[in-house]
Design a protein around this ligand. Structure first.
Ligand code: FES
Length: 163
């Protein structure tokens, strides 16, 4: 999470502010560029905070509700800071029939978070993925670039411990 020098957690002293302003001035008033702008802004901050969404709405002259609607509709956008490690549990058909839901439930339980949440220590973000083409190893989970196959509920603690 970003903290500013004054301690208010606001954007006005965030070192990335000039980058944000550059994007917003490039697309000022350009309502049709909303998705493109959100994409660029997310790449600056890693996620779309409430304050950032307000700035985008203001600059592009679109209602905040529309910005929020787009940000929540597309899974590529995140409204929360992302963890250092992104866990992806494949819920494709092959993984699903081989127990991916139980794997997901167990990770939620062990980390004390729900799907699309980030653990309090900022370490893990839990997401669902579609088939990653490793169906022969179902059920499959990924942690950043690492792929784990034939995951069993009993081995999850051991896997998580590595990170
Ligand atoms: S369904 Fe999970 S890897 Fe294909």
């Amino acid at each position: 999470m970003t903290t500013s020098a004054c301690g208010c957690g606001g954007l006005h002293t965030d070192p990335r502010l000039p980058e944000l302003e550059a994007v917003l001035s490039e697309f000022k008033g350009n309502r049709g560029a909303l998705i493109q702008v959100l994409h660029k802004v997310q790449s600056i901050f890693g996620y779309l905070s409430d304050e950032v969404q307000e700035r985008v709405a203001e600059a592009l002259d679109v209602p905040l509700s529309e910005v929020y609607g787009v940000a929540t509709f597309y899974s590529l956008f995140s409204l929360k800071p992302q963890g250092q490690y992104k866990i992806g549990v494949c819920l494709g058909t092959a993984c699903y029939v081989r127990g991916a839901q139980q794997v997901l439930n167990e990770i939620e339980k062990q980390l004390g978070i729900k799907l699309n949440d980030t653990s309090d220590d900022g370490k893990f973000t839990l997401e669902v993925t579609r088939c990653i083409g490793a169906c022969g190893l179902a059920p499959v989970m990924t942690i950043n670039e690492d792929v784990y196959g034939r995951v069993e509920v009993g081995t999850i603690a051991e896997i998580l411990k590595k990170y």
